[in-house]
Design a protein around this ligand. Structure first.
Ligand SMILES: [Fe+2]
Ligand SMILES: [Fe+2]
Length: 321
């Protein structure tokens, strides 16, 4: 297959179907690279089963109580958000299978990605229940509510928007898992989340390389898609019960906030793809690139303001203590 030259005039727009076909060869290359890089791992090995015991109810064991949890409060909040996010996998699968299809290289990726993501909820739930880190009844009720709502992609209208979104989202998820582990206060939890974060990083690389190819093929369509996704970015778990409140605690707790989003998620992908330095764009691409540059500057100053307010809050708390 030959990749068509860059469309710098914007006169010939790529349809989603044409792009899907044109990118199929890249998907195949990326799957092969991914399969070579991805190491098999066993979720059961990351769970301290010896700490487990029966719960109340059917087994007549001991009911959960907050003092049984060995993870920090911020760790508990973030673990629940991260697990509920992973739990909605059936909806994510539906969204990407609808968009990317279930045939050929795209289909192979959709199914492989889904299988890998399935491990994340398995290992996290096993860890949380075995160590009694969170209230199992509340966790199950939240899962039911969250999954009953489902997940609808903000980007289902466009294949390019979807690829751009997942490139940033997989990195956001990686950073969120990694920082949750660091703040959890339990080395076993940190090791488990670091293993998941390694998977998320490979997912990010897959989509980032795909986005790089799309930028080459259709720069004047890819650039506006990247702008739209960066400007309107929302975490996949945004619809879960109590998300805003949890997100505020997670931000103050240093797990995920505007500074981290700007420095550790958006900037690395934009820099790697040289998005703001790409030349030879047509009017639409150039406009999007300028707006993206402006937005990143604004986000940086918002992040600075957030840090100032957070530092002041933490100083007041320290003074009270
Ligand atoms: Fe995941
Ligand atoms: Fe992932």
């Amino acid at each position: 297959m030959t990749i068509a030259p860059s469309q710098s005039t914007g006169s010939e727009a790529w349809s989603d179907t044409r792009l899907l076909y044109a990118l199929e060869e890249v998907v195949e290359t990326e799957i092969n690279r991914h399969l070579t890089a991805a190491k098999e791992w066993m979720p059961h090995e990351y769970v301290p089963w010896s700490q487990g015991r029966d719960f109340d109810g059917v087994m007549g064991g001991e009911a959960w109580a907050p003092e049984q949890s060995k993870v920090t409060e911020i760790g508990r909040i973030s673990l629940v958000v991260n697990l509920l996010t992973e739990d909605n996998l059936p909806s994510y699968h539906h969204e990407i299978a609808t968009l990317f299809g279930r045939d050929g290289a795209w289909g192979t990726w959709v199914h492989r990605w889904t299988a890998e993501e399935g491990r994340h909820a398995i290992v996290m739930r096993d860890y949380l229940l075995t160590t009694r880190a969170v209230d199992p009844v509340e966790l199950e009720r939240l899962r039911m509510r969250h999954m009953s709502e489902g997940f609808e992609s903000d980007n289902a209208h466009s294949m390019l928007h979807s690829v751009a979104y997942v490139a940033f989202q997989e990195l956001a998820t990686r950073i969120s898992h990694r920082n949750t582990g660091r703040e959890s206060g339990d080395p076993v939890c940190e090791r488990m989340l670091a293993r998941i974060a390694t998977d998320e990083n490979l997912h990010m690389v897959f989509y980032r390389n795909l986005l790089a190819a799309a930028l080459q093929m259709a720069p004047d369509q890819a650039m506006p898609a990247i702008r739209d996704v960066v400007v309107g970015f929302r975490m996949p778990g945004h619809g879960m019960p109590g998300f805003e409140r949890s997100a505020a605690r997670i931000a103050i707790g240093g797990i995920y906030n505007l500074r981290i989003h700007h420095d550790d998620v958006l900037q690395p992908v934009l820099r790697h793809l040289k998005v703001l330095e790409t030349s030879g764009l047509g009017p639409e691409g150039l406009k999007a690139q300028e707006e993206l540059g402006f937005f990143m500057g604004e986000l940086d100053s918002q992040a600075r303001k957030f840090e100032e307010r957070r530092d002041a809050l933490l100083a007041r708390r320290a003074a009270r203590a």
